[in-house]
Design a protein around this ligand. Sequence first.
Ligand code: SAH
Length: 468
Amino acid sequence: MRYLPMFRRIRRQSCLVIGGGDVAARKVAMLLRAGADITVIAPKASPTIHDLKKVGKISLHLRRFETTDISNQAIIISATGVREIDEMVAATAAKASIPINVVDNPDISDFIFPAVVDRDPMIVAVSTGGAAPVLAREIRSAIEVLLPSSLGNLIRNAEKLRTTVRSHLASVRERQRFWARYFRGWRTATLTGNKNILNQNKQNFLKSVFTEQDGHVAIVGAGPGDADLLTLRALQHLQDADVIIHDRLIGPNILDYARRDAEQINIGKAFGKHSHNQNEINILLAHHASLGKHVVRLKGGDPFVFGRGGEEPEFLQAQGISVEVIPGITASLGCAASAGIPLTHRNATQSVTLLTGTSTNELATHNWHALVATGATLAVYMGLGTANQLSNALIKAGMHGDTPVAVIENGTLATERIVVGQLAELERLLAENAIRSPAMLMIGDVVDQYQISDSKRRKEQQLLAAAS
Ligand code: SAH
């Protein structure tokens, strides 16, 4: 870490700003928001600075900096834009051990200013340690969008409520739960665009927050692997969850997005050996929810696509536990996009079928003739173990042995591998390339598009290699 992030109280402390231009004015504005006593020293000052002096917000001395100016200052900012003066101010401050910021010169600064999102009393500060200020500002803008302007009010209201909450709820855990519900309720209201709900129905809202005891289960699709493919709502649930119960098939970085102190339970199922049966999982979910916790049941891809996402809600609802399903990007869609294989194509393929290759460790039962007759692209989940039988069944039902097939292993992840071949040689293709689970099989003419995009990719790589 290049700098220690911290927030420093500056209210009613003397701060010195050297320089009177627009940059200095921006620093003055920031210091004023934090309540500092500001003195500006500069031979010339911008209208903004003159105005602030006129209304008594700052002291202004229209003259050059002198080394004696720095005595009794808490911090100093040099924004003269003249290198020699900035360096002189910095040297003087260093001698007196007063922290200094020289604008645009981190080398002689003790501290730097981050890009700031201000939802007073909440402040988000972003810094790249001076390495890429433009990037810091872009990240700041992205965060600005995420945090509605009402957030400041909400926090101030929460502050006012603290004593009431403390007197009503004895244990720390109960209070944590209250606040989690309070902020979640607000977030839902803002997410649905219903920002006034909290103010209009404040009493009702608080009552429901105080009395709500039941937990909640969100069955959340984690997408195919790449954490960037999480939905915003999945992310919100991950950050809210008290308990996260997840499968083996979760991308490696997905859980980095979970709340730090959330309990994480891995109930991964390896192919063919079920470490927990579905009933045990149902009971586990219900147990945590009945303790009043926000439970996230995280599943690879989409919960409703070969995710047994139908069974858990049914069980939980029967127990009277509230449950919702958050969709995720299913593996076939993630893999298709990542490989550049469109699942449908205007001229060739008008439909796509998602199917499983395996059912209870055997080749799944399908109406093979019907599957082939539609001409649909086949996106096969769990097809590795039964690939040979699958290709035989399709060929027997009339599909050509030279139908193109793509195998996408670890789709969307850094470890992604794609191999293409023909249906009749599927087994050899898998063996020769030592393909491991998880992998999708894509079968159909659209796979030819991969070759096209792949050759384009290769050409680009050659160009890049030639250029470097
Ligand atoms: N609910 C999940 C599917 C679970 S079934 C979804 O919607 O994606 C598990 C199968 O999904 C695996 O056997 C494999 O065929 C496929 N799969 C999941 N993640 C994958 C990935 N990153 N790359 C390739 N296939 C994947």
